[in-house]
Design a protein around this ligand. Structure first.
Ligand code: 5MY
Ligand code: ATP
Length: 492
């Protein structure tokens, strides 16, 4: 990329999260990722450069080690002409979702990250002229805390995602509770994974997006605009999964296409595409914390039928879900066990603020930082060193709990050899695929008190909601439902 000759018309709005905004090049397979800030809270250019460089270093020196070379794309920091950034900001403003406009793109520093566009196969060159489908999944935390520091009994039964759903619906972030439960997706059991993926397709929230040829075609909508149109989706997907046969349109075709998509995604998610030496790295021995979640509709349905939830069938050790889960499990103490250790570090820093740098709170995220994360002991010897290691491991685990998995699929042309690319042996079409992980920015040290507060809020809201539901179920029949009420009114 020639940073000297940048034209905003060659770029288009691609997407954004809470902290960054992404634009994609119209011809080439690259994106620019800018930081966002609350209005009037812009930082010094040097600070922004350092922050972005830290993101790149953390990705290269830490996350690549944990996830494996193949899955992580670290990108590089680039300096852009300020005029280009300002024009780009104006050009894309109208396309930004309203709910994200509380923050503005950083137009003052001129720094951004340049990354491969992961919604296209990772060729990093010019756009390939063959259709490309990309499914982005933000799977969230895939285990139930196993720490003995957990005080809320509910946290041993119901996963955080399922509990959080209730609070999110109550606060209006989403319209309805999703049937998706991360524990089903991470179970490695095909039946449970199919259920999880179908649930994501029914209620995408911010956990599922589908792109076709780099354009968003499904998900990524705000609560008020989210309409699940499977017929339209199936129309987009049909050429990928049923390229030659003449499946008619209509509900039968829609179901067949969705089923095929779910099967292919499950196959890809379970495939071991990383041959790096780190395939067997484990945060926690055995299957600790991997039980089913009581709130998952899949488990509840089986429970009603008097059956047990099929246990996880075990994720293959090289697959991205397995690696993500292992990194998430660096959170061995849960926020309840971690918070007192954070307070220990915080007390030390209050007394010796100049030590912040030595302790590598804000980087550098180098080999030494990575090595310290490998100490998995949970014997608290009362030292600052122990507390610091657990705090840093927690930050890394939280990062893995919030990352996204990108799966790209593209049909192999007839008689074409896939070359170095892995292929889904789908019966209807041969699809070359690649898998990668994105949004691996280390969570800030400062977010720990917020995590602690939020955890309490999620559990107490959920417990209250469950109690209210139980009370309603136990109430005399005339208070039970609308029909009963109507009858009483008729009598009057
Ligand atoms: O706390 P959670 O689980 O709600 O996660 C936040 C995400 O909400 P979600 O529940 O996925 O809708 C949230 O996503 P949205 O902005 O809601 O799309 C962010 O990813 C946030 O991370 P950060 O503060 O921007 O670094 C996430 O915050 P962290 O907890 O990962 O810091
Ligand atoms: N390299 C990439 N290639 C293609 N699309 C990308 C890439 N990086 C980000 N995106 C898209 O942009 C969106 C926002 O990016 P990202 O998740 O990094 O933002 P964020 O603000 O850090 O997220 P969060 O809300 O989790 O903090 C992603 O969900 C994804 O759809």
């Amino acid at each position: 990329m020639d940073e000297g000759k940048m034209d905003e018309n060659e770029w288009k709005y691609h997407g954004e999260g809470n902290k960054s905004l992404v634009v994609a090049h119209k011809q080439r397979c690259v994106v620019l990722r800018f930081l966002k800030f609350h209005p009037n809270r812009n930082k010094a250019s040097e600070e922004i450069f350092q922050h972005l460089q830290n993101i790149v270093d953390f990705s290269k020196n830490v996350m690549k080690e944990f996830f494996g070379e193949n899955y992580v794309h670290s990108g590089e920091v680039v300096q852009l002409p300020l005029d280009f950034v300002k024009q780009l900001c104006l050009k894309i403003q109208a396309e930004r979702p309203e709910s994200r406009c509380d923050k503005d793109l950083d137009t003052l520093s001129g720094y951004a990250m340049c990354l491969p566009n992961l919604t296209r196969l990772q060729t990093y060159h010019f756009v390939e002229h063959r259709p490309i489908l990309c499914v982005e999944i933000k799977p969230k935390c895939g285990f139930i805390p196993f720490s003995s520091d957990v005080t809320h009994e509910m946290k041993h039964k119901v996963c955080r995602y399922c509990m959080h759903q209730h609070l999110k619906v109550a606060t209006g972030k989403w319209k309805q509770i999703s049937k998706y439960c991360p524990l089903d997706l991470y179970s490695g059991n095909k039946q449970r994974m199919h259920f999880a993926l179908k649930s994501l397709l029914q209620e995408a929230q911010n956990n599922l997006k589908i792109f076709k040829n780099g354009e968003l075609i499904y998900g990524g909508k705000e609560a008020r605009d989210s309409v699940t149109d499977w017929n339209e989706l199936a129309h987009h997907l049909k050429p990928f999964f049923f390229p030659s046969n003449g499946l008619a349109s209509g509900p039968h075709c829609t179901r067949a296409v969705i089923r095929e998509l779910v099967h292919v995604l499950t196959w890809v998610l379970l495939s071991d595409t990383d041959k790096s030496r780190l395939g067997t790295w484990r945060a926690v021995p055995g299957t600790q914390g991997l039980r089913a979640c009581e709130a998952s509709p899949f488990s509840r349905q089986l429970h009603c039928q008097g059956k047990n939830t099929p246990e996880h069938s075990g994720l293959p050790k090289g697959c991205l879900l397995y690696k993500t889960l292992q990194v998430q499990m660096l959170d061995m103490l849960d926020i309840e066990g971690l918070y007192p250790l954070y307070s220990r570090v915080e007390r030390y820093l209050q007394e010796f603020p100049e030590q912040r740098k030595t302790l590598q709170i804000d980087g550098p995220y180098n080999e030494a930082f990575y090595q310290k994360l490998l100490d998995l002991s949970t014997e608290d010897d009362g030292t600052l060193a122990y507390a610091l290691t657990k705090v840093q491991q927690y930050r890394v685990a939280m990062t893995a709990k919030d990352c996204s998995i990108m799966i790209t699929l593209s049909p192999c042309l007839q008689d074409e050899s896939p070359g170095h690319r892995a292929v889904v042996p789908s019966s209807k079409s041969r699809l070359a695929f690649s898998v990668s992980v994105l949004d691996l920015d280390l969570k800030p040290y400062e977010s720990i008190p917020h995590q602690y507060m939020l955890d309490g809020k999620i559990v107490s809201y959920y417990s209250k909601a469950v109690r209210a539901k139980d009370a309603a179920a136990a109430a005399p029949p005339r208070f039970k439902g609308n029909e009963d009420c109507t009858l009483v009114l008729h009598k009057v």
